[in-house]
Design a protein around this ligand. Structure first.
Ligand code: F6P
Length: 488
């Protein structure tokens, strides 16, 4: 198993005295006001969950957009603050966006255009010229802030996700000596899906300014290479798996992202989590329930939340003997609520939960609990610990780290993972029960199968899954990524 220490060694060897700068839209710590004091929360997205342990191990600067109500209160004049707040290991540099910028760049081009374009869930992308203008402007803003920070030093900039597709290009225009690598945290669709994007050439050119471009799985790499073949006059080198465009080479590689297995496993056995277990059982009246099924997602149409609740409904229709014995508790973090599709989805979920509960509930029991409040890491770990089944049903997902987190938390070798076949994680986690979220009947049957699985089989499967996640942890992911830079 590779560790933080191994990662530090590789960083020293490969990056040497270059400054390490990580850039993402979402910040890893959001400062808020709580009971009159400043506190912080950690957002739930996969990118920040995975990269915070890496930055804690390596140090450096993480540049991200400041989004918390108390964010400005805690930074210095340069917009910087040490994090994690209780024991700083790296610097978080916040970029401030105006309302218009946030609207056009984040809600607009990133999440109304690129997000649905890359996730094949039959949600139509919306392309607006004004959103694109803001997208370019904000990418340039990130570039200016990074260039200012780097000054004359040598640096390696590690760009994250679909919000910053043009950043490498802008950085290199300003300073050609900067090395950049980009990790794309969401799927790359097939060329047919991508070709409708009016800004496809600019996006591809932006990404090909990088020295290294990473996706979760080889399938996305292949889609990207096919897209480049179709859309640009570039040379795809199949031997090196790279693209040469206008004399510059970009290596294209697959790196399945992961979690800090050890930390999550330790947290699960901590006293704090034990306390949360009792509190949560009390709060959600779970003490007398025989089988707890959990779900944890941002409220997003790609996550298949409606499909999951429908499958639970079908499960109780088909197998009423499980009434009063099983509860499905779904935690949902509100997300991107200024976008109509997300607001509508939230309303649809409310209606659906109400219908299913009305249909199946008995006195003192309802099948579905939908909890929307923010949950701390300890509370989430407590849910992982008590849930007999973790139900993860995206219609399309680059990786999905909830599956890996749940596995890392199950030190008791119990628990079953039911996972959509349309996630990157399903390619690695062979011992889960795979589902097609579009097929409610077979989904319901898989829930039954998970509930009825014998203790021995559960243990065997969980053992195998834990081996995979322990071996392929987040440090291995980062080491493989950084090591690849040596080939540039
Ligand atoms: O996998 C990580 C991810 O899905 C990102 O692509 C996305 O930015 C994030 O989680 C969550 O979304 P947001 O930053 O919009 O809250």
């Amino acid at each position: 198993m590779l560790t933080k220490r191994d990662l530090r060694k590789v960083i020293r060897k490969v990056i040497g005295n270059r400054l390490l700068v990580l850039a993402s839209n979402r910040e890893p710590y959001i400062h808020i006001y709580k009971e009159g004091k400043i506190d912080y929360i950690r957002p739930v997205g996969g990118a920040v969950t995975a990269l915070d342990p890496v930055m804690r191990a390596c140090g450096g600067i993480w540049v991200a957009s400041g989004s918390g109500p108390a964010d400005k209160k805690v930074v210095n004049k340069k917009g910087e603050v040490g994090v994690p707040p209780e024991n700083p290991k790296y610097t978080l540099k916040r970029i401030w966006l105006s309302k218009e910028e946030e609207n056009g760049y984040y809600f607009g081009f990133s999440n109304k255009a690129i997000w649905p374009l890359c996730h094949v869930t039959y949600t139509r992308p919306v392309f607006e010229e004004s959103d694109w203008r803001h997208y370019k402007k904000v990418n340039e803003k990130f570039a200016d802030a990074i260039i200012k920070k780097i000054g004359r030093k040598k640096a390696f900039v590690w760009i994250q996700d679909y919000h910053l597709a043009l950043l490498a290009k802008y950085l290199k225009e300003k300073n050609p000596n900067i090395k950049t690598a980009h990790f794309w945290h969401i799927p790359w669709p097939n060329p047919e899906a991508f070709r409708i994007c009016p800004k496809k050439k600019e996006i591809l050119e932006g990404l090909l300014a990088n020295d290294l471009l990473g996706f979760h799985i080889l399938y996305f790499c292949r889609n990207f290479l096919e897209t480049v073949n179709l859309e640009l006059e570039a040379r795809v080198d199949n031997e090196r798996t790279s693209v040469i465009y206008r004399g510059h080479e970009t290596l294209i590689r697959g790196f399945p992202i992961s979690v800090d297995f050890e930390e999550l496993s330790k947290l699960s056995d901590s006293k704090k989590v034990a306390k949360e277990v009792s509190k949560i059982k009390e709060e959600f009246a779970l003490t007398k329930i025989e089988f707890i099924i959990m779900g944890l997602d941002r409220i997003d149409y790609t996550k298949g939340i409606l499909e999951k609740i429908k499958a639970v409904d079908r499960f109780f229709e088909k197998y009423p003997e499980y009434k009063e014995r099983v509860v499905f508790i779904q935690k949902g973090a509100l997300s991107r609520m200024h976008i109509e599709t997300y607001k509508d989805l939230n309303d649809q979920i409310n209606d659906q939960v109400e219908d299913v509960n009305w249909k199946h509930s008995t006195e003192g029991w309802a099948p579905v609990i939908f909890a929307r409040r923010h949950f701390s890491r300890e509370e989430i770990s407590a849910f992982y610990k008590i849930a007999d089944i973790c139900l993860i049903s995206p219609l399309h997902d680059g990786m999905n780290l909830v599956a890996k987190e749940y596995i890392a938390a199950r030190n008791d070798l119990s628990g079953v993972v039911v996972l959509s076949q349309f996630t990157g994680a399903a390619r690695e986690l062979k011992s889960v029960i795979q589902v097609n979220p579009y097929d409610p009947d077979s989904f319901a049957d898989k829930i039954k199968k998970a509930i009825e699985m014998g203790a021995e089989e559960k243990q065997k499967k969980m053992e195998r899954l834990r081996k995979v996640v322990l071996e392929n942890n987040i440090y291995k992911w980062a080491i493989k990524f950084i090591s690849e830079l040596q080939k540039i």
